[in-house]
Design a binder for this molecule. Structure first.
Ligand SMILES: [Fe+2]
Ligand SMILES: [Fe+2]
Length: 360
């Protein structure tokens, strides 16, 4: 199976290709330096760490990822109300969500297998357990439409990106917290407007995102226990990852605006709300935040989205002209990203206690 771009998901083969495909905005699989990860010391945060481990051990979501009796009927009636385009966006949403849940599962499992540090090994066991439940639960919904993803094949054949451990901490921390912010924002919206809940999976999001919140807490503790990760030149890396994660999310969400409209959400407002929640949470660990409500920042993200659309057109066009256009788009995207990167950031003092409650 090759990893060419898939624009519509009609068959299981399309869904599997989509999950396998790599581009700037699709979820990736990661690998890292396990020996370096093995040397992490979490002693400075031992008390908070042990409390968190007890929560994982308690496994309060053990029975959450089971379907209830109403599920099948809600799928049938909800999906009947969707236009074919909206249905496509929803399938795309399910495939990319599954890919990113499974990406966590694969990474955490690999770390678990390759380290002997008991704290890290134990943590990774719990994280992989949760992510495998999440991925499995989404896959059930894809299977309802005969679009199930072959996770074994995906694990074997998807391209892996190598990240140093510190990049894994920044990127994974952010994707867990942003995952929480995204799921809770959708859940709160549909709680207010149950008539817009076109698929039952959204009913699971509240307890589900508490898992993601806790996963993020683990990486916050690891970074706070190793404060050099949060100082000096590393602040530039934090800035870079914040921007990369935010920009990717913005572009990806804006390529499927109907999905948010169906829930009564505007993609931009939704994204900025998610950024605000994420920024508030990151006070537990990052000494700086991006000024996402600044109009100049917003113009930059909009520009990245425009460039990404032009890039897609150039790819579809092909030939020499298409190649030249793609090159121009790449330069434009890099320049816009650089401009966003050098915008002033908001300095923030770290909270004395690391742990936070998922209170949104
Ligand atoms: Fe997850
Ligand atoms: Fe997670």
């Amino acid at each position: 199976m090759n990893a060419t771009a898939v624009h519509t998901i009609e068959t299981a083969e399309d869904a599997n290709k989509k999950a396998l495909h790599s581009d700037m905005i699709s979820p990736r699989f990661y690998t890292t330096d396990f020996a370096a990860m093995d040397r992490i010391n979490i002693e400075p945060v031992r008390a908070e760490w042990d409390k968190m481990m007890a929560e994982y051990e308690g496994d309060n979501n053990h029975d959450h990822f089971q379907r209830d009796e109403a599920f099948a009927d809600e799928v049938a009636s909800g999906m009947a109300s969707l236009s074919p385009e909206m249905r496509q966006e929803f399938m795309d949403f399910l495939v990319s969500s599954l890919t990113s849940e499974f990406s966590g599962c694969v990474l955490y499992n690999e770390i678990r297998k390759n380290v002997s540090n008991p704290d890290i090994k134990q943590l990774m066991t719990y994280l992989a357990r949760d992510e495998s439940r999440h991925a499995g639960f989404i896959n059930l919904s894809l299977r309802d439409f005969n679009l199930g993803i072959d996770l074994g094949n995906l694990k074997r054949t998807k391209k892996y990106t190598f990240f140093k451990p510190k990049y894994i901490y920044y990127a994974t921390y952010l994707s867990e917290k942003i995952g929480y912010a995204r799921y809770i924002t959708i859940f709160r919206q549909l709680e207010k407007h149950p008539e817009k809940r076109f698929h039952p999976i959204f009913r699971w999001f509240e307890l589900w995102c508490n898992d993601e919140f806790r996963h993020g807490e683990s990486f916050a503790l690891i970074m706070r226990a190793n404060p050099h990760l949060l100082r000096g030149a590393n602040k530039l890396w934090i800035r870079f990852f914040l921007l990369a994660v935010y920009a990717t999310m913005y572009v990806r969400d804006h390529t499927r605006p109907m999905l948010h409209e169906a829930m009564g959400l505007d993609s931009s407002e939704y994204d900025y709300q998610v950024f605000r929640i994420t920024t508030a949470i990151t006070q537990q660990v990052f000494p700086l935040a991006l000024d996402t409500d600044n109009p100049q920042f917003r113009r930059g993200l909009e520009r990245l989205f425009e460039v990404s659309k032009a890039m897609e057109k150039a790819k579809a066009r092909g030939g020499l002209v298409g190649k030249v256009q793609q090159g121009i788009c790449a330069v434009q995207a890099a320049t816009t990203f650089a401009r966003l990167f050098f915008m002033p950031v908001i300095q923030q003092d770290l909270s004395p206690q690391v742990r936070m409650e998922p209170a949104w």
